[in-house]
Design a protein. Sequence first.
Length: 615
Amino acid sequence: MIDRRRLLQTAVAAGAFAPLVGSLGACAAEGSPSPAADALVAEIGETSVDVNPALASNLGLDTGARAALKGQFSPKGVEGRTAAIARNDGWVAKIRAIDASKLTGQSAASFGVVKFQAETLDTAKGFGYGDFGFVDASAYPIQPYTISQLTGTYQFAPDFLDTQHSIETTADAEAYLSRLSAMATTMDQETASSRADAAKGVIPPDFIIRKALVQMTALRSARPEEAGLTTSLSRRAKEKGLAGDWDARAAALVEQQVYPALDRQIALMNELLPKAKSDAGIWGLPDGPAYYAAALKLMTTTDLTPDAIHEMGLEQSKDILSRMDAILKAQGLTEGTVGQRMAALGKDPKHLYPNTDAGKAQVLTDLNAQIVAMKARLPEYFGRLPKADVEVRRVPVAIEAGAPGGYAVSPSLDGSRPGAYYINLRDTAEWPKYTLPTLTYHEAIPGHHLQGTLAVENTALPLISKALFFSAHGEGWALYSEQLADEMGVYANDPFGELGYLQSLLFRASRLVADTGLHHKKWSREQAIRYMVDTGGDEESAIASEVERYCVWPGQACSYKIGHTEWVRLREDAKTTLGDKFDIKGFHDTALGVGGVPIAVLQTVVADWVKSKQA
C-alpha cells in the first residue's frame, strides 16, 4: 500500500497564497485591537446583514430593529448586481486606506477576510452578467447564470421559507406572506436580468435549462392551496395556535403573484432553449477565461492556475487509486479497473437500501446513529465542541433532481434553530451503505456542522466572520474531517467503509480534473461524466448531477481538495516542527477559532500558533 504521507504531502504549490495581513498571534482573540480596522469589519458585517434579509434570517438576526427584514428578499438581477458592486467599491476604498501591517489577533484575521473578499470581487465586477455579491445566503459570490437548476429564487426560496423563516408569532406569519410577494418580485428581476444576459450571449447550456424546467414545472404543478409554499405557513401557524386565514391568504399570493412570475421564468427558459448550446464550460461566454480565473480565485482563495489544478487532480487521483486497489484485492475483488470494481460493488444488493419510502427512512435512521457514535469520539480531538445539535433531513423532493448529494445549514445565532444536514434521496442507489458514514462526517460532525457552529457560537468573532463562507477553508475542513474520522479508527474493522471514504476522497480529486476540464480544456458534459464514472465507479446519475453543478458553479468543485490538501499540510508541518509539543486539540481549536478565512490567513494563524508552542 502507498504510504499515506505521500498523498498528504502533495501540497499546494508554493507561492499560490498572497500574504494578506500581519501576524495573527497564537490566539486570535487576544490580539491588539485596531479601532479603524475593527470598525470597518463591523460595518461590513452589519451592512451585509442589513442588505441581505435572507442572511439575517439564516443567522437569526431578523428580530428587533431588523424585524422588517423578515418580510423581504434582497433585490436580484441587474438591480442587485449594481447595488452590490457599488457597496464593494466603497469598501475597497476604505480597506486600502488602512495600514494592515501592524494588525494582530482577531483584528488581523477579520481584516484579512474582508480584504480578500472585497479586493477579489473588485477584479470580477466588470463582467456585466450573472450574479455578484459580497455575501449571500443563497449563492456564491459570482455565478454566471442567474437562473439554473441550482440558482434562482424559485430554487432557493421554497426550502428557505420552510426551514429558515421561523413562525412563532402573528408578525412572523405576516412576514411570510410578505416574502411570498417579494419572491415574485425577485423572480421577475431575475427574468429581466437573464433576458438581458442572453442578449450578451450568456445562456445556460441546453441540458441545464432542461433540468431547471423540470424543477420549475414540479414547483408549479401543485394547486395553490396544496403548494408547499402555502402549506408550510398554514401548518406551522396552526401548530403555534396563530388565529388567521393563513392558508387562503398564502394560496392567493401563490396563485396571483408567485405562479405568474414562475410562468414568466418558464416561458423565458423555453424561449432560450432553442438558442442554447451544449457547451458545458464557461470558456465560450464573454471574457469566459477571465471569469473562470476570478471564480477559481474566490473558490480556492489561491492563485493556482487551471493547468496546475488539473495536474494536481491527476496526481492525487493516482495515489488514492493505489490505496483503493490494495483494499479491493484484499477483499478478493481483483478483476477490472478500480472504477469498474467500485461500480460493481455499488450495485451489490447487500450494500443498497431499498429505493422505497421505508428504505429512505432507514437511511435517515442510520445517519442519526452515525452522528451519535461520532459525538462520543470528539472530546479526544477537540477542546471546544458545538452546543447546537444537528438534524438530518431529506432534500425536498421538488428540488432533488438538480440538488447536490448532501449539504449543511448552520444553526441560528440565537440557538433557536439547530443545524441541518441534508441528504438527497432521489435514488438510494446513489448511496451504497458504505458511503454514508463519510457523508455524515463531512456534512455534520466533525465537518460542516462542527466548524460552522463553533463560528456561530464564538462570541469573540465579528459578525462577518460568521456570515462569510470561504469554500476552500470550509469544504477543505469537511474533507479533512473525513480523513480525521479514518484516523480516529472508525474503519478499523470495516474495509468497505474505508473504501467509501477513499472513494469520496477520489471523487474530490477527480473533480479538480473535471472542473478544469470543463471550463479550461473545453471538455463536454459527457466527457466529464465519463471521466469521473470511469475513475471512481460512482453511480452515473449522481455524477451527471455533479457535473451539471460544476457547469453553473465554476471553480467551486476545486475548493474541496485544494483546501483539504492545505489543511493536512499545515497539520503535518506543525507536527514535524513541534514533535512532542504538538497538540491535536490545540491545532483544531486554534485553526477553527477564527471562523471562515482565506487559506493565507489560515496559514498565518497556524504558523503563529506553532511559534507560541515553541516558546
